[in-house]
Design a protein. Sequence first.
Length: 501
Amino acid sequence: MRLAHGESVDVIANVRLTGGERMDPFEDEPVDVHLADGVIADIAPTGVLPRRGRVLDGDGTWLIPGLWDHHVHVVQWALSAQREPLGSARSAAEAAAIMGRAHVLPDGRRVGSGFRDALWPDAPTLEMLDGATGTVPTYLINADVHSVWLNTAALGREGFEPDGAGILREEPAFEISRRLNAVDAAISDPLVTRMAREAASRGIVGLVDLDMAWNEDSWARRLAAGFDTLRVEFGIYPVHLDRAIAEGLQSGDPVRGSDSELVRVGPLKVITDGSLGTRTAACSHSYPGDPHNHGLLTVDPATLVDMMTRGTGAGLASAIHAIGDVANTYALDAFAITGAWGTIEHAQLVAHADIPRFARLGVGASVQPEHAIDDRDMTDSIWAEQTAQPYPLRSLADTGANLLFGSDAPVAPIDPWAAMAAAVFRTRDGRAPWQPQQGVDAATALAASTRGGSTDGALIEPGALADLALCEADPLAASEAQLRGLRVGATLLAGRITHLG
């Protein structure tokens, strides 16, 4: 029987179960996985039980739990398809020149994203950008999204006074991103649909959407239009906390305005400090060349405790952005004081004394392993004097912390295989591994890429949701290159095909 996208499957035949999901009686022998009502009903050696209904032949490939990306900015990632990529720019002058040649969007603006200026040999200036881009409003978004470089025309359009550089950081930069992302749904929703299908092609069955907006209405609209590719949990920002509490939103509740349970309320998301690339992450030691710059706490500890107290009392989990070691200490303190549950997002620089507190407090470490590879040179330079541990994946895992992997797209592409490869091998592009002692084993990386995370990852067993993916090779035995290029033959959401390669 030839199956098609959108069809439900009754049996996944002739597959192998990998690693921690392998059930002892089966060892390495192929099995048939029987499904019913969107869950796994039974598992047996291939051919032992009668196959009824629609059969997906795995042809000896490997079956894994469906994957999750635990940190995505959905609309911003979807819109990146329309924006000029700037990741290759090796200087401010080169980035400005690229934007001078970039296409103009229908709204009359040029928008680029993905530059990393921390190690550029020249400094961005307004004069440089104006000279390359003229009077067309032009916006260059940093890869970390914590800063934006605008020309004079863009500054005037947005109502900001020009300075010598045209750089906006932190909240002003976020405001620019919010404005750029506020496109008509007729433009953004098809791009979101395309993004979701691409994610499914990588074995993804769900994600956490942390767009800086009131996300419930957008997801209810998409569901009404037929969106059915992924499970989604959407975040709520402090500006919307009072509204969420007044309207009774609680983490885990299905989105209102739809009879679908694919989209649910997620956590309260609070950004408490800046970033490494913008040199605003709150750190105990100063940044090079500026002894007074220790980064920036964008939410003071008392305010953070108040927000988390109110959110927790209303039934909302917390997702606290903390990159620098100072920010991580305050975030962990706030979890301890409030009794909140949830995650610290990023945890890129953590004091050694704070690493075991994640497990003790039951706080998940929602981390993005590809950032360590993207930022390795910046870390070795900008954080060279820091005494806390950068990107401490192995240290967190060894103390029992729950790792949950993601991309922070558009900061890195949505690709769980790249995240796993970065976490295990700590390298890319043939370079020597960076801080390999912080690499984790492949089984931990795979579990961290599923819904429950490294300590409570999804399992393939009777009664479990049939959110599954078929891989051409065993991800627990793959090399770095094989893992990054691993092909997914099929992805199923509650037994329904969302991708068929």
